[in-house]
Design a protein around this ligand. Structure first.
Ligand code: GTP
Ligand code: MG
Length: 363
């Protein structure tokens, strides 16, 4: 059986046109079509369900509270009954006339059969110079990390042997758009891949979801499958935030100390207040940046952000104490206050790292 996944987000206007084409293309093949919709605001799922009532081979998965092309495709594959699985965009850009050939290629022994815009005879169609350039760069970068080389690893149009998918499924990274690339990164080196040229058409209706965010996710993905195997991206980001936090700590101290100086001199009590306030400023800065950047995929909002902030303060408390103690000790010994605060802040970063290694990420 052939299982075709159509991932959709705001494609309500396209489905009624697309499905008859798919139906025609798959005539004579035992098949099912699974639409995986992420609760589209334009109610694509409603259109899909209405169409599914008229035919037995059409199924709809409506995902609530989740977004992402790759994860939608993986979810569709997991629900599929076929021994050949395929995916195609639901906006009419992929040539449904190629479906049969992709199916036959996998039936004929290919592990994966790719609809390629860059194979001989294929084309990306009507793209402007910028999109052309970005696509070529992404293709080259993608090819560099693939175990199995194809001309168009960023294609969203391919078929795969269901047993092969099942084998690599546990290693897949469902973030972003690049499901084919992710498969090519994880399938065994000796997998047979065939390419089938086609011309990328224009969208029937609606808008592209290929946003800046999707492009950033692609770069993050490349990091994940290369350096990220050794240094997780979140850890790297956490370190960058910690490092920036030192500057915020010292900068905030400088501002508070200026405000608390009397006749150019700051008392020890004033110094203590400025250091403690600057440490808290850095903690707030680090929390906000970690929340919107490092852990963007788990971002806390509303009441849970307040709760998270309270917990973060507890986690930072010991480091903050070390920070204050070192700064105060150095000032007590007549070191320049700005230097003392800088050293205190770096010591706290080191302390947090050592504590994390000993307690949180113990070997
Ligand atoms: N379920 C689901 N489908 C998505 C999501 N993002 C995109 N899609 C679908 O994936 C397919 C490809 O998305 P497009 O926006 O057409 O991306 P593209 O074809 O690379 O870019 P364009 O050439 O600009 O159209 C379409 O069928 C979209 O509806 C998502 O977050 N969830
Ligand atoms: Mg498209």
């Amino acid at each position: 059986m052939f299982s075709l996944i159509l991932p959709t987000f705001n494609e309500a206007a396209n489905l009624p046109e697309l499905l008859p084409r798919v139906e025609q293309a798959l005539a004579g093949i035992d098949h099912e079509v699974i639409i995986v919709d992420d609760d589209s605001p334009d109610r694509t799922w409603e259109v899909a369900l209405a169409l599914a009532k008229e035919r037995d081979d059409l199924h709809v998965i409506r995902r609530i509270g989740r977004r992402g092309l790759s994860s939608a495709v993986i979810e569709g594959f997991l629900a599929a009954k076929g021994d050949v699985l395929a995916v195609m965009d639901a906006d009419g850009q992929h040539d449904s006339g190629l479906l049969k050939r992709l199916y036959e290629a996998v039936r004929g022994g290919s592990g994966i059969a790719v609809g390629s815009r860059y194979a001989k005879g294929g084309s990306v169609g009507q793209w402007d110079e910028r999109r052309h350039f970005l696509s070529r760069v992404a293709t080259r970068l993608g090819q560099a990390v693939c175990r199995v080389k194809v001309s168009d690893p960023m294609s969203g149009f391919f078929a795969i042997d269901a047993r092969l998918f099942e084998r690599v499924r546990p290693s897949l990274n469902p973030k972003g758009f690049k499901i084919l690339l992710d498969l090519l990164v994880h399938i065994p080196k000796d997998t047979r891949a065939t390419e089938h040229a086609f011309t990328f058409g224009g969208r029937l209706h609606g808008e592209s979801k290929m946003s800046r965010r999707v492009q950033v996710e692609f770069l993050e993905y490349l990091y994940d499958v290369t350096i990220g195997r050794f240094i997780p991206l979140t850890f790297l980001k956490y370190c960058v935030v910690g490092f920036l936090g030192v500057f915020v700590n010292v900068g905030a101290y400088w501002v508070y100390a200026e405000l608390l100086r009397v006749d150019g001199i700051i008392s020890f009590a004033g110094f203590s207040v400025a250091v403690i306030a600057s440490i808290e400023t850095a903690i707030i800065f680090n929390f906000l940046l970690n929340n919107v950047w490092t852990f963007a995929h788990k971002r806390l909002r509303g009441a849970s952000a307040l709760m998270g902030f309270a917990k973060y303060n507890v986690a930072c408390a010991l480091g903050a104490l070390v920070n204050y103690a070192v700064s105060a000790l150095l000032v007590w010994r007549a070191w320049p206050d700005l230097l003392a605060v800088t050293i205190g802040s770096f010591t706290a970063v080191l302390w947090n790292y050592v504590m994390s290694r000993m307690i949180t990420w113990k070997d």
